[in-house]
Design a protein around this ligand. Structure first.
Ligand code: SAM
Length: 332
């Protein structure tokens, strides 16, 4: 199998950190019950597609010891760190396997597949999603984190300039990024000044800057792109969360509530406006257009969606069931 330029980048800059001694990213494990009722159930089989160095994967595996986790990752450097990380934390319910979407050889299906920050780097995102669909159980759930087209517009222009000025270099390097004075701040993704509770060290800043400015393939998307990208892959799609310089609110398109009182922020479309006329107008829109208005006001840099098959919606929280996108809902 040919190694893509994207895979070479992550070989040099394993994401999110080459540090086996760095803390796990526990926030996903802590907050997954806001998406899946009760979190992944005992006995489930879960796939992290493009797990990188495994700081999220090992955090989840530690939090859900009766669930079996598989991390799929084409970068040997990242796989090595993920395996060492699992050993360091005494986590045994996780396998790390070599492979790249959309043609990895894996003859298993999974109850829950998540893929964070990966699909938008594939030359053909639909093909990658179709592979994920083939490996999803009949009642499986698919959770995606994607770059958003509105909030990432300036970074895409900066990336274009970096790639233009560095076009003749043989190996990925950060000279042009540094000379232009560019540096990615995690504030842009609603993670103010900290990663896993600690500031980035220089090696990690390099990894984040390489990911941000040197990536050969980046698609930025909106919620409205999902029904087309997931056509034939899942039965339904629901909006979950936005990420941006103003924070990372969970979306609640139907006013179902359901977040703990002192937990993360919840955003209802009508919260965008004080004016009662504007609140009525946004209320009259369907979910895709309500989301469009939210996206235009909030200008997110990233977003998360959940998609699924069959009875999988019953495994989700009421908030998710209230966030279904039209045209991709059960029975549509
Ligand atoms: C931005 S990193 C995200 C890592 C991890 N999901 C996280 O959120 O920390 C993207 C990861 O996708 C991996 N990747 C690149 N191309 C891939 C492909 N075709 N299939 C699966 N993973 C891929 C990269 O090696 C890298 O580890």
């Amino acid at each position: 199998m040919a190694t893509s330029a994207t895979q070479c980048l992550y070989e040099t800059f394993p994401f999110p950190t080459p540090g086996v001694d760095r803390p796990l990213i526990d926030v996903v494990a802590d907050e997954i019950p806001l998406v899946i009722e009760g979190g992944p159930a005992d006995g489930w089989s879960v796939l992290d597609a493009g797990c990188g160095t495994g700081h999220t994967l090992v955090g989840l595996a530690r939090a859900y010891p009766r669930v079996h986790f598989t991390g799929l990752e084409p970068s040997a450097a990242a796989r090595d760190i993920a395996r060492r990380l699992a050993r360091r934390h005494g986590v045994t319910n996780v396998d790390i396997v070599d492979g790249a979407l959309p043609d990895a050889a894996l003859d298993r299906r999974f109850d829950f597949i998540y893929s964070y920050g990966v699909i938008h780097h594939l030359p053909d995102p639909h093909a990658g999603l179709a592979w994920l669909g083939e490996h999803l159980a009949d009642d499986g759930l698919l959770h995606l984190w994607l770059y958003h087209a509105i909030g990432e517009a300036q970074r895409m222009r900066d990336r274009e300039l970096v790639r233009l000025l560095g076009a003749h270099e043989d190996a990925p390097g950060l000279d042009v990024v540094r000379a232009l004075g560019l540096s990615l701040s995690l504030d842009a993704y609603g993670m103010p000044g900290a990663w896993a509770g600690t500031a980035l060290d220089q090696r990690e800043q390099d990894v984040f800057d390489a990911d941000a400015y040197l990536n050969p393939v980046v698609h930025t998307l909106r919620f409205a792109d999902l029904p087309r990208l997931l056509d034939g892959v899942t039965d339904w799609i629901a909006a979950d969360r936005l990420y941006g310089p103003h924070g990372a609110p969970y979306l609640d398109l139907s006013g179902t509530g359901g977040l703990p009182p002192h937990g993360p922020e919840l955003l209802r479309p009508e919260d965008l406006f004080d004016d009662p006329g504007l609140r009525r107008r946004i209320d009259a829109l369907d979910h895709l257009d309500r989301l469009r208005a939210v996206e235009l006001v909030q200008r997110p840099t990233g977003f998360r969606a959940l998609a699924g098959r069959g009875a999988a919606l019953h495994r989700c929280t009421r908030r998710i069931a209230g966030n279904l996108l039209p045209g991709a809902a059960p029975g549509a």
